[in-house]
Design a protein around this ligand. Sequence first.
Ligand SMILES: *[C@@H]1O[C@H](CO)[C@@H](O)[C@H](O)[C@H]1NC(C)=O
Length: 105
Amino acid sequence: MPEENLVLSLILLSLFESIHDSNFVKALPPTYLAQARDLANWHEYNIFSSPQLNGVGKIAGRTILPSILNGFATIANPSGPLKNFYQAISYKPFISLFNMTGIAE
Ligand SMILES: *[C@@H]1O[C@H](CO)[C@@H](O)[C@H](O)[C@H]1NC(C)=O
Protein backbone atom coordinates (compact mmCIF):
# COMPACT_ATOMS: atom_id res chain seq x y z
CA MET A 1 0.00 0.00 0.00
CA PRO A 2 1.33 3.47 -0.85
CA GLU A 3 0.66 4.88 2.67
CA GLU A 4 2.57 2.00 4.29
CA ASN A 5 5.49 2.54 1.94
CA LEU A 6 5.52 6.24 2.74
CA VAL A 7 5.48 5.55 6.49
CA LEU A 8 8.26 2.96 6.14
CA SER A 9 10.31 5.36 3.99
CA LEU A 10 9.95 8.07 6.64
CA ILE A 11 10.96 5.61 9.38
CA LEU A 12 14.02 4.43 7.45
CA LEU A 13 14.96 8.03 6.61
CA SER A 14 14.68 8.94 10.30
CA LEU A 15 16.89 6.01 11.32
CA PHE A 16 19.41 6.87 8.60
CA GLU A 17 19.46 10.55 9.59
CA SER A 18 19.79 9.63 13.27
CA ILE A 19 22.99 7.75 12.48
CA HIS A 20 24.47 10.51 10.32
CA ASP A 21 23.16 13.76 11.83
CA SER A 22 23.13 14.29 15.60
CA ASN A 23 21.26 17.62 15.26
CA PHE A 24 18.42 15.75 13.58
CA VAL A 25 18.18 13.39 16.58
CA LYS A 26 18.04 16.32 19.02
CA ALA A 27 15.13 17.85 17.06
CA LEU A 28 13.02 14.66 17.28
CA PRO A 29 10.31 14.13 19.90
CA PRO A 30 11.85 12.05 22.75
CA THR A 31 10.20 8.68 21.98
CA TYR A 32 10.26 8.98 18.19
CA LEU A 33 13.50 7.09 17.53
CA ALA A 34 12.56 4.14 19.78
CA GLN A 35 9.14 3.97 18.09
CA ALA A 36 10.75 4.12 14.63
CA ARG A 37 13.14 1.28 15.59
CA ASP A 38 10.27 -0.83 16.95
CA LEU A 39 8.23 -0.31 13.78
CA ALA A 40 11.23 -1.13 11.57
CA ASN A 41 11.93 -4.30 13.63
CA TRP A 42 8.27 -5.31 13.41
CA HIS A 43 8.24 -4.71 9.66
CA GLU A 44 11.42 -6.70 8.98
CA TYR A 45 10.40 -9.54 11.33
CA ASN A 46 7.08 -9.95 9.55
CA ILE A 47 8.69 -9.90 6.11
CA PHE A 48 11.33 -12.53 6.94
CA SER A 49 9.18 -14.91 8.95
CA SER A 50 6.13 -17.00 8.15
CA PRO A 51 3.89 -19.46 9.97
CA GLN A 52 4.51 -22.00 7.13
CA LEU A 53 7.89 -23.64 6.50
CA ASN A 54 7.44 -23.13 2.77
CA GLY A 55 6.13 -19.57 3.20
CA VAL A 56 7.71 -16.66 1.35
CA GLY A 57 9.12 -15.34 4.63
CA LYS A 58 11.28 -18.45 4.97
CA ILE A 59 13.09 -18.03 1.65
CA ALA A 60 16.05 -16.20 3.21
CA GLY A 61 16.59 -18.97 5.79
CA ARG A 62 16.00 -21.80 3.34
CA THR A 63 18.47 -20.24 0.91
CA ILE A 64 21.31 -20.07 3.45
CA LEU A 65 20.71 -23.52 5.04
CA PRO A 66 22.51 -25.66 2.39
CA SER A 67 25.66 -23.56 2.73
CA ILE A 68 25.61 -23.84 6.54
CA LEU A 69 24.93 -27.60 6.45
CA ASN A 70 27.72 -28.13 3.88
CA GLY A 71 30.06 -26.22 6.19
CA PHE A 72 29.16 -28.54 9.09
CA ALA A 73 29.59 -31.61 6.86
CA THR A 74 33.02 -30.44 5.69
CA ILE A 75 34.20 -29.78 9.25
CA ALA A 76 32.83 -33.14 10.44
CA ASN A 77 34.68 -35.02 7.67
CA PRO A 78 37.73 -36.52 9.48
CA SER A 79 39.78 -36.81 6.28
CA GLY A 80 39.14 -33.22 5.23
CA PRO A 81 41.56 -30.39 6.15
CA LEU A 82 38.85 -27.73 6.78
CA LYS A 83 38.16 -27.26 10.49
CA ASN A 84 36.80 -23.72 10.42
CA PHE A 85 33.89 -22.41 8.44
CA TYR A 86 33.01 -18.74 8.09
CA GLN A 87 29.58 -17.71 6.85
CA ALA A 88 28.64 -14.03 6.76
CA ILE A 89 24.91 -13.37 6.54
CA SER A 90 22.68 -10.36 7.05
CA TYR A 91 19.90 -10.13 9.61
CA LYS A 92 17.32 -11.38 7.09
CA PRO A 93 18.37 -15.07 7.03
CA PHE A 94 18.88 -14.85 10.82
CA ILE A 95 15.29 -13.73 11.37
CA SER A 96 14.13 -16.42 8.98
CA LEU A 97 16.25 -19.19 10.58
CA PHE A 98 15.32 -18.17 14.13
CA ASN A 99 11.65 -18.26 13.14
CA MET A 100 12.00 -21.64 11.38
CA THR A 101 13.76 -23.27 14.33
CA GLY A 102 11.94 -21.44 17.12
CA ILE A 103 15.38 -20.89 18.68
CA ALA A 104 14.51 -17.40 19.97
CA GLU A 105 11.31 -18.46 21.73
C1 LIG B 1 7.24 -17.26 13.02
O1 LIG B 1 6.65 -16.08 12.53
C2 LIG B 1 5.24 -16.15 12.42
C3 LIG B 1 4.76 -14.80 11.88
O2 LIG B 1 5.29 -14.50 10.68
C4 LIG B 1 4.61 -16.44 13.77
O3 LIG B 1 3.23 -16.60 13.60
C5 LIG B 1 5.22 -17.69 14.38
O4 LIG B 1 4.75 -17.86 15.70
C6 LIG B 1 6.73 -17.58 14.41
N1 LIG B 1 7.29 -18.84 14.90
C7 LIG B 1 8.26 -18.89 15.77
C8 LIG B 1 8.70 -20.26 16.17
O5 LIG B 1 8.82 -17.90 16.21
